[in-house]
Design a protein around this ligand. Structure first.
Ligand code: SF4
Ligand code: SF4
Length: 156
């Protein structure tokens, strides 16, 4: 069904039609994609950990130096409309994944609420449950499932 001309951009445009500002604004700031994963080289299976990249600010859940992140972390993966299809580790609530799958943004997304903190309030971010790779020790000790699940709302 065609979208109304008044519909927000993420409901009207494909990812590859968005301008840079629209593309960047899609990120909800959850920080989940900045957690380390463990890939079994033989089977290709994936496990998630609660260990965050050293560049991630664990309170704000934002990269400490996003424009220059690849200088510090050369293997930081740049999300693009083209690369999304090859990435199998984005969390189910990631806005890029949702739009690529033809779905809408959740009601707590900052573009919907107008408030960047709404991701944290919804329990969708890594705030309060991740540890920096600087302090973590072996990744194998930090395997968790929550990054691969839809966020559960925090109860007061
Ligand atoms: S998982 Fe998606 S929405 Fe969350 S921080 Fe990463 S790119 Fe942004
Ligand atoms: S360099 Fe920044 S954007 Fe890349 S994984 Fe680390 S914290 Fe995330």
């Amino acid at each position: 069904m065609p979208q109304s001309v008044d519909a927000p951009f993420w409901q009207k445009k494909r990812l590859d039609e968005m301008n840079e500002a629209e593309w960047e604004s899609l990120c909800d700031g959850c920080g989940r994609c900045c957690l380390h994963k463990l890939r079994d080289e033989d089977t290709g299976s994936l496990e998630f950990t609660n260990v965050a990249c050293r560049m991630l600010d664990l309170a704000s859940c934002r990269c400490r130096d996003y424009p220059n992140r690849r200088r510090e972390v050369p293997d930081c993966v740049a999300l693009t409309p083209g690369s999304l299809a090859e990435i199998d580790w984005l969390p189910p609530s990631c806005a890029y994944r949702l739009i690529a799958e033809g779905r809408d943004l959740p009601d707590w997304h900052p573009l919907v609420t107008g408030d960047r903190r709404s991701t944290h309030r919804a329990g969708a971010s890594i705030a309060g449950r991740a540890v920096s790779e600087r302090d973590a020790g072996p990744l194998e000790h930090h395997v968790v499932e929550w990054p691969s699940r839809w966020p559960r709302r925090r109860t007061r």
